[in-house]
Design a protein around this ligand. Sequence first.
Ligand code: GLC
Length: 570
Amino acid sequence: MKGIVLSIFLIAASIVAINASPQKSSPTASSRTSTANGPDWWKHAVFYEIYPRSFADSNGDGVGDLNGITSKLDYLQDLGVDAIWITPCFPSPQVDFGYDVSDYENIDPMYGTLADFDNLASEAKKRNIRIILDFVVNHTSDQHPWFLDSKSSRSSGHRDWYIWRDGKGPGQPPNNWVSGFGGSAWKFDPTTNQYYYHYFYAQQPDLNWRNPAVKDAMFDVTRFWYQRGVSGFRLDAVDTLFEDPNLTDNPIVRPGKNAFGDPIEKNQYNTKLPEVHDVLRGLRKIADEYDAVLIGETWTADVAELNQYYGEGNNEVQLPMDFLFTMVNKLSPAEFRKQIAEINSASGWPTFVISNHDIVRSYDRYGDGKHNDQIAKLMAALYLTLRGTPIMYYGEEIGMKTTPPTRKEEVQDPIGRTGWPKEKGRDGERTPMQWNASASAGFTTGKPWLPVPPTYKTHNVELESKDPDSVLEFYKRVLRLRHTNQALLYGSYTPTNEDNPKVLSYLRLYKDEGVVVALNMTQTPQKLSLKLKPHGFTSARKLLSTGSSAAHRSELSLPPYGIFIGELGK
Ligand code: GLC
């Protein structure tokens, strides 16, 4: 451990802070993984989402691939990642970039082969990194053999694997449901003169989960991958698995149109039906046989709704993502406090994300344009020290920014074309990973499938690895702390100074150990008197901080967007 470890001494229940240069070291495999083993391994693991098209391209075709991921495993291990979630890499026409699967038990040639997958899995295992795959449960591709058979005739063996209905009349779909990606959720198919239902694109027909054969086939898919060494699944779009069999029209919530020009509906009859939970319980049962984890893409209105995904007695999804946390879209201690308190009152283990492949990156959501790197560190210090499992998104650790297309002709994501200019699609948060300052940011030797953002010159892995003040080095330090500090691993979450509108602070308490985290969410220096005495502590020794938290009697001094993480002492 390099650097000077300085301390904060508490004088009469208040603090004197002395700044220190940050500690520099990266986790060793043993310190990191000892906590991410055992049946509850997922509680102490750090997950990292990889969008395979954009991570690393090994063959120069401009699209990332599995061998590219394998080549970056050392980087991920050094960063402090315990598990990677790879978004769909199965054969697919790529209409929704893999979320339209045409074969659940293979690898798309664009990404490699099953042998490449096995190699990735075994190399990852050597580094104690687990693999999580993305299971697209609601729909298949319209090119999946099941659907091709289903649409071929009304009496085909797979007809009832999808949702087919007669229209209300000539040219009229069965009801008013609109697709989440624009237009009616029904598509007429002239071969059999019926409509099929698709919550997403027309090329993504919904499976009929009321058919036991569908359930059996999909459950078997998970066994196939568990037996190949996968440690769990991220379950895609679970809300949308079931629809009201009577096809009741959805209520229109207000007049006007959405970004796609469709009526604004409440998805009352085609999302969040209770039957979803039977499926989740079934998937969990199988997962338990393999000590595997289920992560849910669970968009919920409140924590009560999120609780339903944990299931009674925690028999459904272990890690339903708390997207409510991502909706605190400003640096507001009060709002974060409220949301963190709520998720800590949930019936299961909290799961935090701040970015993913569907939403604007956190760098832009919280950045003020001037202190973006410091704010990126602040957000890392927040969600990586909370009680719960974090799921990082590739590039977040180097401060990648969202770079949306500027012209409609450049757009790759179909919803960006349908919704332009109101909805520009999700290309902006899916740009190539920035590895170095060479052409195409070291992502590919070919033409990248999405343009590399201009920030690759200042924000890339190579450069940041050499800069002790970089966002990347900060992530490594926080991750090392979270893997080695008992209070951060196992401690309760206890808010402090709850009336402070500018600094978010909390304790993590475990047995007789404790850690304090204080985050200045403003662009002006802040002072804080921590109230530790009621918790049996009198001092806080710096573990990690940023900026010059100067010494001041009785107070912790935090520079603009400053971070202080300290170990509590008696
Ligand atoms: C999920 C995915 C998103 C995809 C959609 C349809 O929301 O995260 O990327 O487009 O499901 O599969």
